[in-house]
Write a protein that binds this ligand. Structure first.
Ligand code: 13P
Ligand code: SF4
Length: 344
């Protein structure tokens, strides 16, 4: 049992509030590597994490790859360097494992834009519709979902549903509008969006294109339609990364969270990557939720094995069905599971 200061630290860590002072002379890379071995832990990182975290991860990927990895790992502890819905998904797929998130406050504006109690009422208005939810939603929303999808497999998932069925798509209206165009299906959309992908400036991108006439504009489908219409290529984070590797172009304007540029530069050191400019002057194409994770918090969370993700049993049992349906369809289509850490 923990008492006194230790108990207070426990509570704070669990809430993710604590940035305990980390000894500045510690070699965090060495310490994290040591803790990984000692605790049989695996670090899964999303492409939007800061570069140092990506460099120390065992697997870096998009939402689909990260889910697939979380489902198949034999590690005892999954340390999720990403946001809350991603760690929840890992817990649902590996409920007997300890899943840690360096900062519990690393949320997601898109997941927050679809509260389950309101979505339940919305769903009641379309009782015959199949519900497809983007994986960027809460665990509870997944219990109200028939099939999850990610940006890598969303077209396949929509196309797997019989043509005579109505489809509700939540929570991202931008990805939903893109899917309407790609699949020709009349999706019923929830009105949610990602704060990072809604901030890109059409005007500033146009000015950049004038200055860099040979640059390819590449965009994530969470971006608004007027940005996607200008794009030379649209894809998930993995899709965008692969495009930059395979393309003969040497300059790219990147309309997604700027963290992905680290892997693009590593894969193609002679190419130039320009982050697409946001409407204002701040670094709004950095996701403030993703960037809550730091090397210090990663180290502390591995040391104390907190903050840990806990989910009620019924949420795991109900919610995982929609994720498993997505994984089955993805496997049949041969999609996913390749890390930027893997050799080509
Ligand atoms: P993907 O990496 O699956 O394309 O998702 C992007 C995203 O917004 C994750 O939060
Ligand atoms: Fe959510 Fe957008 Fe951040 Fe992804 S980039 S975690 S969708 S707020």
């Amino acid at each position: 049992m923990t008492t006194g200061l230790a108990a207070a630290e426990d509570t704070l860590l669990q809430k993710g509030f604590l940035d305990l002072d980390v000894d500045p002379t510690l070699d965090l890379v060495e310490e994290i590597e040591r803790l990984k071995k000692e605790k049989n832990a695996i670090i899964l990182a999303h492409y939007y994490q800061e570069s140092e975290i990506q460099d120390i991860a065992d697997y870096i990927g998009d939402s689909l790859g990260l889910s697939q990895k979380a489902a198949e790992t034999d590690a005892d502890i999954i340390v999720f360097a990403g946001v809350h819905f991603m760690a929840e998904t890992a817990k649902m797929l590996s409920p007997t494992k300890k899943v840690l998130l360096p900062d519990l406050k690393a949320g997601c504006s898109l997941a927050d834009s679809c509260p389950p109690h309101l979505f339940r009422k919305f769903k009641e208005k379309h009782p015959d519709a199949v519900v497809v939810s983007y994986i960027n939603c809460t665990a509870e929303l997944k219990t109200l979902t028939d099939i999850c999808c990610t940006s890598t497999n969303s077209v396949h998932i929509i196309e797997s549903i019989p043509k005579d069925k109505q489809i509700i798509f939540a929570p991202d209206k931008n990805l939903g509008a893109y899917l309407r165009k790609k699949t020709g299906r009349d999706l019923i959309l929830w009105n949610g969006a990602c704060m990072v992908h809604e901030i890109f400036s059409h005007e500033k991108i146009t000015k950049l294109q004038v200055r860099h006439p040979n640059a390819k504009l590449i965009a994530h489908p969470e971006c608004e339609a007027h940005i996607l219409e200008k794009a030379d290529f649209i894809g998930s984070t993995t899709g965008l990364l692969n495009f930059t590797k395979e393309s003969e172009a040497t300059e790219f304007i990147v309309a997604t969270e700027a963290g992905i540029i680290h892997q693009m530069e590593l894969a193609s050191p002679n190419k130039t990557f320009i982050p697409a400019p946001p409407e204002n002057t701040c670094a709004c194409n950095e996701c403030p939720h993703m960037k809550r994770n730091t090397m210090e918090k990663l180290y502390l969370c591995m040391k104390y094995e907190q903050p840990e993700i806990h989910l009620e049993d019924w949420i795991i049992e109900e919610g995982v069905k929609s994720i498993n349906r997505m994984l089955d369809i993805s496997e049949k289509a041969g999609l996913g599971l390749k890390s930027s850490n893997d050799p080509d």
